[in-house]
Design a protein around this ligand. Structure first.
Ligand code: SF4
Length: 249
C-alpha cells in the first residue's frame, strides 16, 4: 500500500532545467467534491474548481486521486499517518538525491493540490506527520472549517512548520470570519470574481493581504527560476492573506 504524490508545476520545489516541467512531486491530491473529500465545498468553488476540471480531463489523474482516497478511508489515524509519513519520506529522498547532484531544493510540500480534509482523524494524521517532519515546510488550503459539517482547525493548531489557509469565497465568508475568531493564527485565501471585488469584500478586515501574482499573470506558472509558489513564497510561509480572481484580473 502506498500513496501517490503529484508533480504540480505551480508548486514544485524543483523545475526541469528548461523550466517547463516539475522534477520533484511535492504535493498530494484527493478527488474533489462534496461526494468525495470536500465536505465544506461551496457553490462558488464547485462552479470554478480548477482541480476538479483537471480530474475530468485526465482519466489517469482521477484514478490516482481516487486510489489515494480509497487507501486512506480504510485506515484509522495511526494507519493514515503511517502511509502519509512514508510518502513524505519518499519526498525527502527525492530532495536528497537532487541535492547530491548540486541542486537547491527547498523542502516545501503542499498538502492537497486537489481535495480537502475529509475527516477529523485524517486531519489528525496529517498533524502527526507535520510534527514528525520538522525539516519540511507544509502548506494547505481548506474549506473544512465549519463546525456544522467538519472543523479540522483544532487538529492543525500549533504546528510551526504548517501554514493553514482557509479557502474563502462569498458563500462561506461568515463561517470563515467565525473560524478566524476561534483560530486567529489561520490565513485566508479569498476567491472573488475580480481582484477589485476581493479588495472590496475584504475591506476593513485587519492584516496584510496580497493578490496572487500567478493568478494575476504577473509571474509564470513555472520557469527555470522556479515554480510560481516557491518563487512567490507567500503561501508556503503563511506571510499573509491572499486573494484569487476567477477572471484573473
Ligand atoms: S500567492 Fe504566491 S504562493 Fe500563494 S498561490 Fe499565489 S503564487 Fe502561489
Amino acid at each position: 500500500m502506498s500513496l501517490k504524490r503529484s508533480a504540480d508545476r505551480k508548486v514544485t520545489n524543483l523545475p526541469s532545467p528548461n523550466g517547463k516541467t516539475a522534477k520533484i512531486a511535492n504535493s498530494f491530491g484527493l478527488p474533489a467534491g462534496r461526494g468525495y473529500s470536500c465536505p465544506g465545498a461551496t457553490e462558488t468553488c464547485q462552479r470554478v474548481c480548477y482541480a476538479g476540471k483537471l480530474e475530468n480531463l485526465y482519466k489517469g489523474l482521477r484514478e490516482v486521486l481516487t486510489a489515494n482516497l480509497a487507501e486512506l478511508v480504510a485506515l484509522d489515524r495511526a494507519g493514515m499517518a503511517r502511509l502519509l509519513g512514508d510518502m513524505i519520506a519518499d519526498f525527502r529522498a527525492d530532495c536528497e538525491r537532487a541535492e547530491a547532484r548540486g541542486a537547491r531544493v527547498p523542502r516545501d510540500f503542499r498538502i492537497h493540490w486537489d481535495g480537502d480534509f475529509f475527516s477529523w482523524e485524517y486531519a489528525q494524521a496529517w498533524a502527526d506527520v507535520v510534527r514528525d517532519n520538522a525539516d519540511v515546510r507544509f502548506w494547505v488550503y481548506t474549506r473544512s472549517f465549519d463546525p456544522r459539517s467538519l472543523d479540522v482547525l483544532p487538529a492543525l493548531a500549533d504546528l510551526t512548520n504548517l501554514s493553514v489557509y482557509l479557502s474563502v469565497d462569498p458563500d462561506n465568508l461568515e463561517a470563515a470570519a467565525a473560524a478566524r475568531k476561534r483560530h486567529p493564527w489561520v490565513r485566508w485565501a479569498y476567491l472573488a470574481e475580480t481582484f477589485a471585488d476581493g479588495r472590496a469584500d475584504l475591506d476593513g478586515l485587519p492584516g496584510k493581504r496580497y493578490p496572487c501574482p500567478e493568478n494575476g499573470r504577473r509571474i509564470p506558472l513555472i520557469s527555470a527560476k522556479g515554480s510560481a509558489c516557491i518563487r512567490c513564497g507567500i503561501c508556503p510561509s503563511g506571510r499573509g492573506d491572499v486573494v484569487f480572481s476567477v477572471a484573473k484580473r
